[in-house]
Design a protein around this ligand. Structure first.
Ligand SMILES: [Zn+2]
Length: 316
């Protein structure tokens, strides 16, 4: 008997467009199952875990429409909008019902608040039944970033995950040490090789970035044997990530742009009050390259401020 996902048997050639209900909430999460004509792995593609990261969301919508079951060796699960209620209420990333960041609450809790319950369903229905996971992210409405990919180090499927990251057409990748909270982190811990792609910023969704995401996903699917053809591996610099949250609420004045290199001790930005008095100066703790940062004038206490990569050596 074939694998069953969300009550649907994965029969070769079948396409399913449906919703999974999150028990105890009003949330129904849309998903598409594309059951390949040939056997192969089950690959999960998620987007919209952060609901204002539109490049990945639109890329997933288009991939679900364009990929053809006749061309697939294996099955695809595509969830284009994981945080649907946030999208429909235009929150900036948070789950509308409880204000939680979905990517901090995996593996979730069936007895918890809406985000906990949603994470629980996403993990138990989809992630743990997959053989590989691609998670599409972007800069949020207040974030700028340089495109890069994450994979998780020191996990059972690291070797495959590293290859998946190499398929992403960016100059940088981060080998993460974070094993908790996030969907792709949890996948990795559970032996599902996973990669998180960051591309796009400020909740914009330019055509070239959507197309670049789609090309990356297709390239990874070649690497995994789901699509025919040779995968291309892109040489990139591998980083460890340093990220700092803001120590206070205030006015934020960044000094660098994503992709800019800098030296240890250099000033990266400053937080001021509304009279222009300096409240805090952010300086680099190591030589690095700026990966993403808050780009809005306001910055929030304990909210994202800046993240940069520190060289760990080339990926190859
Ligand atoms: Zn995100």
């Amino acid at each position: 008997m074939s694998k069953i996902i969300a009550g649907h048997e994965l029969v070769p050639g079948k396409t399913v467009r449906d919703y999974v209900h999150v028990e105890g909430t009003g949330i129904d999460v849309p998903y598409v199952l594309l059951c390949g004509m040939q056997p192969g792995p089950t690959v999960l593609i998620t987007a919209g875990i952060h609901c204002a990261e539109y490049v990945g969301i639109q890329a997933a919508v288009e991939l679900a429409d364009e990929l053809d079951v006749r061309d697939l060796s294996g099955d695809l699960i595509i969830i284009p909008l994981c945080n649907r209620s946030g999208f429909e209420h235009r929150t900036m990333s948070m789950v509308y019902e409880d204000g939680k960041n979905l990517n901090r609450v995996f593996p979730g809790d069936p007895e918890g608040t809406a985000a906990d319950r949603l994470a629980y369903v996403l993990f138990n229905t989809f992630i743990k039944n997959s053989n590989a996971h691609i998670d599409l992210h972007c800069g949020d409405g207040y974030e700028t970033l340089v495109p890069f990919a994450y994979y998780v180090g020191d996990t059972p499927a690291e070797e495959t995950a590293r290859k998946m990251a190499a398929c992403v057409n960016t100059s940088y990748c981060v080998r993460s040490r974070c094993l908790t909270g996030g969907a792709y982190n949890l996948a990795a811990v559970n032996g599902v090789p996973s990669v998180l792609i960051e591309r796009g910023q400020l909740s914009l969704f330019p055509r070239e970035e959507i197309d670049a995401d789609k090309a990356d996903v297709r390239n990874i699917l070649k690497c995994l044997g789901v699509l025919e053809g040779e995968a291309v591996f892109y040489q990139k610099t591998q980083f460890m990530e340093y990220d700092d949250v803001s120590p206070c609420t205030g006015f934020w004045y960044p000094e660098k742009q994503p992709g800019d290199p800098f030296r240890k001790g250099e000033k990266l930005g400053e937080i001021r009050d509304c009279f222009g008095n300096c409240l805090f100066t952010e300086c680099a703790e190591r030589d690095g390259v700026l990966l993403y940062q808050c780009a809005s004038l306001n910055i929030l206490e304990k909210g994202p401020m800046i993240a940069y990569g520190v060289t760990e050596g080339p990926l190859f």
